[in-house]
Design a protein around this ligand. Sequence first.
Ligand code: KIV
Length: 258
Amino acid sequence: MKKTLKALYKKEKLTMITAYDALFAKIFDDLVDIILVGDSLNMSFLGENDTLSATLEQMIYHTKAVCNGAKSAYIVTDMPFGTYNTPQDALKNAIRVYKETKADAVKLEGGAEKAETIKLLTQNGIAVVGHIGLMPQFSRSEGGYIVKGKDKDSIKKLLEDAKAVEEAGAVMLVIEGVKENVAKEITESVNIPTIGIGAGRYTTGQVLVWSDMLGFFEEFKPKFVRRYINGGEIVRSAVRKYVDDVITGKFPSDEEIY
Ligand code: KIV
């Protein structure tokens, strides 16, 4: 059964994972509450160094794939960099996402400065998930991935941003790369669920990028990632075995031929 926002609001802990294709979306579907078609796909799927060059077309393509695979999870898709600079642009592009995919909500990065945009989308029937703290789309302008909430000004801004995003109508809030005590304070100060990534233990839910948590992204492991399996190594050893079986004539066997 499709997970509704109403059902998610009743849960004490929420689980979110990213997916970019139908295969993995189908595997994750009834295990997690929410699937995020993150613009992180630009890095882990396309191999770019950041999320900035992801396009709306790519997001729509991957969101369609995820929606084909997942039938029960609530699906959130990222608005990519440059597609929501003005409220009107955001509305036009979010309408495309809603019309061309079955995503339940769009996610956009930004705090109080995005309140007008979130309000306009919400008023036009589009559910919005906010994203504050470390915002990967700002990594180039900020010169890296910088953890937030380390000083008084930063904490004040985060709390104001969370309130502004909530008041504008966001249905959920992703908090990324924020000190645990600050993410806790934010969570306690809003009435919408918060989903943390590198934000400690006290957010309503957690999100991880699938290729990080399954060990397929091997270049580096951020501190907040827990690798549940070494996917890269598991796949390499299976492919090694396949190659060996072909070379030694063990594959295909009698049972595997017509
Ligand atoms: O793009 C993404 O995967 C995200 C998560 C890191 C929250 O925005």
